[in-house]
Design a protein around this ligand. Structure first.
Ligand SMILES: Nc1ncnc2c1ncn2[C@@H]1O[C@H](COP(=O)(O)OP(=O)(O)OP(=O)(O)O)[C@@H](O)[C@H]1O
Ligand SMILES: [Mg+2]
Length: 253
């Protein structure tokens, strides 16, 4: 099914979700248009990953609705959601450490009847030349930045039109963080719309079109990325003693 270009590609309405009967998210609304990058911000434990998990079918939806590409996908199983073109690149990478780069890509390939494994794999290698160079290396032998590229590459093997990226820059050196943000922009140019969860508020708002700020499972603030950047309530709400408005200086892995 294909939604009209004026309709959001992904729409979350009054979403309540959590784990079993525990409620983590309360009445969350989110819209992602085709080609857009939407950013989800919030302190540790605010519910960002839970929101990604709720959209991708990895936790319990307790109320509300998720619509993707004109279809109501609320309550769909995770494999059916990814098969329909909505892929998640989870926090912490979760690649198969004991498989090679290429075996990781092979394991994530979803045949959607359009392109072969080799075609998609080559597109991923074009996006991340270092993965082509190291195609026969074990994932465990790759650096943190390369593993993050592999994690994103794996999500792309599902040929998604939307990708949920959960903290792709976590633990990376500043140079690599910038590289990851360039890749996020490249994805959007390739018409893969992105929901980006980030701790690097400033960088995320530079690449993003629109942003939502979560606190304790509620959406407390939303708006155009440029407008939010200068909104004093962003610092009040989100920082609360943290220094996340600055780019991370975390050491390289
Ligand atoms: N599998 C789970 N079962 C039960 N509760 C969970 C589970 N995963 C997360 N939670 C709880 O849900 C709340 C939100 O967690 P979540 O991981 O969504 O936050 P987050 O914004 O992604 O945080 P972080 O920035 O640390 O990644 C937290 O209170 C957390 O303890
Ligand atoms: Mg998280």
């Amino acid at each position: 099914m294909t939604s009209s270009p004026s309709e959001p590609l992904l729409k979350v309405e009054k979403l309540n979700a959590g784990y079993g009967s525990t409620r983590i998210l309360f009445d969350i609304d989110l819209k992602l248009m085709r080609g857009e990058i939407v950013v989800v911000l919030g302190a540790n434990g605010a519910g960002k990953s839970t929101l990604m998990n709720a959209i991708s079918g990895m936790c319990t939806i307790q109320g509300g609705r998720v619509t993707f590409d004109g279809q109501d996908i609320t309550g769909w199983k995770a494999h059916r959601i990814v098969g329909s073109g909505l892929a998640q690149c989870p926090e912490g990478r979760q690649i198969f450490q004991r498989l090679t780069v290429e075996e990781n890509l092979q394991a994530a390939f979803i045949d959607r009847g359009r392109k072969s494994f080799a075609e998609i794999r080559d597109e991923v290698y074009d996006l991340f030349p270092v993965l082509r160079e190291r195609r026969h290396s074990l994932a465990s032998r790759m650096s943190g930045g390369q593993q993050q590229m592999l994690a994103i590459g794996r999500s792309l093997m599902a040929q998604p039109s939307v990708i949920l990226l959960d903290e792709p820059s976590l633990g990376l050196a500043p140079k690599l963080i910038h590289q990851i943000f360039e890749i996020v922009l490249d994805l959007a140019k390739k018409d893969i719309s992105v929901v980006l969860v980030e701790q690097n508020v400033r960088l995320a708002l530079e690449v993003g079109d629109y942003a939502y700020v979560l606190e304790s499972g509620h959406c407390r603030l939303e708006g155009g990325a440029a407008k939010l950047m200068s909104d004093p309530s962003l610092a009040e709400l989100y920082l609360a003693g943290h220094s996340h408005l600055e780019a991370s200086n975390a050491p390289a892995h």
